[in-house]
Design a protein around this ligand. Sequence first.
Ligand SMILES: [Zn+2]
Length: 287
Amino acid sequence: MTTLNDAVHWSAELGGGTRVALIQAGTFRSDAGALLGVVPRMMWNRLVTDEIDEQHRILQALNCLLIETPDGRVLVETGIGDRVTGKIRSMRAYEGPWIVPALERAGFNPGTVDAVAVSHLHFDHAGGLLLADGELAFPRARFVAQLAEWRVAMGDNPRIVAAYDQPELSLVRDLGLRGVVDGEAEILPGVTVIPTGGHSAGHQGVVIRGRDTTVGFFGDLCMRPWSANPRWVTAFDDYPLDSVLVKASLFARAAAEEWTIVLSHEPVHPVGQLVRDRDRYHFEASV
Ligand SMILES: [Zn+2]
């Protein structure tokens, strides 16, 4: 086991030799209205007043999980990565460190990662698979995404493909096809990906089960504390009605079984629990 240091934002022992560490692979900014979807501004404005900038954007962390089990290491999410132009960097207000130096600072060697799973293939989740020179950032890792996600990511619907970096994805397509899954799959004992759809056609969540504790990571279906309301769905979700239904059923299970939840883009309080609140849930931060 690696020694933890300040570069690890949070970590927990789940029992039975499984440990999860949260590593933030930088931050970027997204339009607040797009993230809050069809929710009226008067309902969300007070939630973002501290972080909104002059371009009406809020700060989004790129939260990744490094899972250590007796059977190997899994990285969940890779952030935006290092292969973006200065123009894109400034347009998105993207600031590093990206996932490779972030992992190294936290004491993890990217060469020891056995599997990389991403919730989906959008630029801010699958951008960190290659080094600047085009070599694989995680040379021995299987790359796990849903088959449905690869199909839509490499498709030609102009609205849908805008969120994918197709030239970059084409460079890792062979790697992706070797590691692809179609449906629920246990990628290492205790680490399961669950297809959800909603945010994107092949979006998936990751559930990590230790002997004592379960951690749920629901990708961009649960990116910020306000995502705990199943009806609060981003305008980026390609299948919003699916998002509402799948969130309600996943969150019911997570609340009933008291899973620890890690939010995909929350910069300040990314870890907590979903607690039932009438016909919805709220996120109670513990970190
Ligand atoms: Zn995202």
